[in-house]
Write a protein that binds this ligand. Structure first.
Ligand code: AMP
Ligand code: FE
Ligand code: FE
Ligand code: ZN
Length: 280
């Protein structure tokens, strides 16, 4: 049995609904999945009153975006208490900021001569709580300016690109603190994509609990490096497909990039240990 601890749904920029993800994961024989939408827990919450097909376990998760001057740092939160009031308030602020951020992106695009309408971007985002660049990119492709979402990112939307607008200002330290406050574990997402090993090191100093060593963007060498890194710093290892169901971006189907169940079990133990330490 296998696990996938990094999955997006229509609550952020994935193309499958949370229920479709669960059904697909079950068909593929996965034992553990974590729903890790960008800046929202609504996808996970929508599943709470639906029966989970056995033997699947769904772990509550989230993926926060933080911006450093030259790097984007994504931090995953696992086993967070989705009823935590501080967490919910902070997420509401971030989600509102995403709405104005997209408005500013569309304005910037107009200045640059790209005519995409905010209404169309909103339509593309549909039910998504966390509207963002992937929805803008899809509108740009639809309007014929680019042939793929990847091209739209490369040409305009990537970090510090011509139409790039930063995220709500939240530092990695603040995110780690928020995840801990909500009883969860903070894990550095795809360290290989951060683009700076010094920043990876800084995350340890900030109290990160784990590192996502297994990610489709990592080559064997990088995976080995981050595994050794976790061992040296006594932090947990996680892994997942970063599934979005977007053609050409990471695996297009669930079940093609997985990690052993033992990784999810170890993560469960680590969160329990944290709770025990808190109680003591
Ligand atoms: P946002 O949170 O609005 O800044 O959008 C970030 C999301 O855009 C990421 O989580 C990815 O899913 C997607 N993304 C980031 N970089 C690229 C890229 N180069 N090509 C395609 N999608 C990307
Ligand atoms: Fe994404
Ligand atoms: Fe990410
Ligand atoms: Zn992700």
């Amino acid at each position: 049995m296998t696990a996938d601890l990094h999955i997006h749904t229509t609550a952020s920029d994935g193309r499958l609904t949370p229920w479709e993800v669960v059904t697909r994961a079950s068909e593929k024989g996965l034992q553990f999945i974590a729903i890790t939408d960008h800046d929202t827990i609504d996808g996970f919450i929508s599943l709470q009153y639906l029966p989970t097909p056995t033997p699947l376990t769904i772990i509550p998760g989230i993926e926060f975006s933080t911006d450093l001057p030259h790097n984007e740092v994504h931090i995953l939160g696992y086993f967070i208490d989705t009823t935590n009031e501080t967490l919910k308030k902070q997420l509401a602020i971030i989600i509102n900021d995403r709405i104005t951020r997209v408005q500013r992106m569309v304005e910037r695009l107009h200045q640059l001569g790209y005519s995409v309408s905010l209404a169309r971007v909103n339509e593309i985002a549909g039910e998504a709580k966390a509207i963002g660049r992937p929805h803008v990119a899809k509108a740009l492709v639809e309007a014929g300016y680019f042939t793929s979402i990847q091209d739209a990112f490369n040409g305009l939307l990537e970090k510090n690109g011509p139409a790039y607008i930063p995220h709500y200002k939240l530092s990695p330290g603040q995110v780690i603190e928020l995840i801990h406050l909500a009883g969860g574990l903070a894990v550095l997402a795809h360290p290989g994509l951060v683009g700076s090993d010094a920043i990876v090191q800084e995350m340890i100093e900030l109290g990160i609990d784990g590192v996502e060593a297994y990610h489709p963007s990592h080559d064997e060498e990088q995976t080995k490096t981050y595994l050794a890194y976790a061992e040296a710093h006594h932090i947990v290892v996680t892994g997942g497909s970063d599934f979005h169901a977007i053609p050409g971006r990471f695996p297009q189907d669930l079940g093609t990039f997985t990690v052993p169940d033992s990784i999810a079990v170890r993560l469960q133990q680590a969160v329990q240990e944290r709770l025990d330490i808190k109680k003591a």
